[in-house]
Write a protein that binds this ligand. Sequence first.
Ligand SMILES: Nc1ncnc2c1ncn2[C@@H]1O[C@H](COP(=O)(O)OP(=O)(O)OP(=O)(O)O)[C@@H](O)[C@H]1O
Ligand SMILES: [Mg+2]
Length: 234
Amino acid sequence: MLEVKQLRALYGDSLVLHGIDLKIAPSERVAVIGRNGAGKSTLLKSIMGGGPAAHGVLQWNGADLHRLKGFERTRLGLSLVPEDRRIFPHLTVVENLEIARHATAKGKTPASPEAMIRFFPMLETLKARFGNQLSGGQQQLLAVARGLLPMPKLLLLDEPTEGLAPIIVEQMAKSINAICDEHRVALLLSEQNLWFARQCTHALHVLDTGRIVFSGTWDEFDAYPEVRNRHLAV
Ligand SMILES: Nc1ncnc2c1ncn2[C@@H]1O[C@H](COP(=O)(O)OP(=O)(O)OP(=O)(O)O)[C@@H](O)[C@H]1O
Ligand SMILES: [Mg+2]
């Protein structure tokens, strides 16, 4: 359903993705792992639109994504939770969730804010708070819940655990897995936290300076420790 072939992305003259190949089948969950600056966010932004100039095959159920604007990609069932979260500061938690109904794909039924809060119990006591009254970690949970509320066909999640306490990371993995299992949401997860990525996905791609240098299951990744040493260690 998502097919990316020889994807190149440029900021001005500078080539940042050097020919990425990947596929994601319906309800498949895959991680993209890589150091700071490897190109993870650029890859997600290229798929969702609104990022740098992108060239190469970018197809969603056979439709050419290059021809579609961001909101049209949303309507086909793609959802991106960006690095910078974009929580509305003057809306409450419930209102921030509510607004995501508008991002529901044709033929999909969005969850209610209350249903999403049941999946993310740490939001329960924060329901009436404004966005600007939440901690960074609470905003991250809210952003993930908001990205999932429309029940997208594919969720693109950009480093959701950055800076989070281990207990929240664990909760977030449980919530994401529960929703993706129940609603057959496919996931492309950008991460540096290997523990979290492993909880949420069955396979991974390792990105190093804009190139995929390893693709496989987590067991295969474990069998080649040199991948980790060479491409992920800092
Ligand atoms: N708006 C931009 N203009 C120019 N270069 C950019 C821009 N955004 C990112 N880059 C460059 O593109 C490369 C890939 O950046 P990207 O943000 O995709 O990496 P990342 O893997 O998401 O890193 P991080 O883990 O730090 O979020 C980096 O070298 C970065 O400096
Ligand atoms: Mg990034």
